[in-house]
Design a protein around this ligand. Sequence first.
Ligand code: ACO
Length: 224
Amino acid sequence: MSSAGFAIRELTESDGPRLVEFLRRFFLRDEPLNAAVGIMADGEGSSPEQERFCLAALPEGLSLQAVDAESGKVLGVSLSRLHRPGLEAEAANEANACPDPAFRHILRLIAFVDQQVSEKMRHLFPGEDLRQVEVQVVSVDAAARGRGIAKALLQRTRDLARQVGARLVRIDCSSVFSARAAQRLGFQQVFSLRYDQYRPDGQLVFKPSEEAGDEYRTYVQRVI
Ligand code: ACO
């Protein structure tokens, strides 16, 4: 048990329904990219495509939940996958083929960034095994923010990365607070993209905001 009143546990496939319920209450509404494209703008709708994307992380055994130490209530989640550079073109094609136009915007941004981050990583870590445990989602219950839950989830993810022999942990941050958590834990910023300079098809899709900041930022840390 943590002195902060929460415990970190593995998130397994059997947690899927609970995870989706959590994401609909928080991440799909309040994560800055989701908020910008209005994934849950009508209050009830959701994005089956994005939910499938999130659930696909569970079988890899790298995802975590923070639960209230007394009640067992879910307070936060992190969804991570082993990311192998070299599949950038495939990811871009998949993004363009996404049938949900709102989630397609997000996947296209992720693919655009990934292409450049992969390039950058080859320069930063020449000749190294570039497999990364990538934290694709981190989300904390709005009532439990600022208690160190995101940092605790990232810290534990580093342990999982070591266990699977991945030398690097990565997180692409769409929130100034997830970026702050990564900075605090000593992650290195390797890439940033100003939202006002990202104009696919000439359109501004993601506007800067207090929570989003001005830039989408990628952080990496070597853990082995
Ligand atoms: N105001 C000011 N500072 C804040 C706030 C806030 N509202 N929330 C967190 N912080 C600061 C903390 O003080 C801490 O900085 P410090 O170490 O200098 O004190 C840092 O941010 C991290 O704090 P944690 O408590 O570890 O973060 P938390 O558990 O609150 O979770 C998160 C952060 C996940 C970003 C949460 O705000 C959230 O769920 N936001 C909506 C979803 C989202 O944006 N997710 C991240 C997108 S990127 C991705 O998913 C890969």
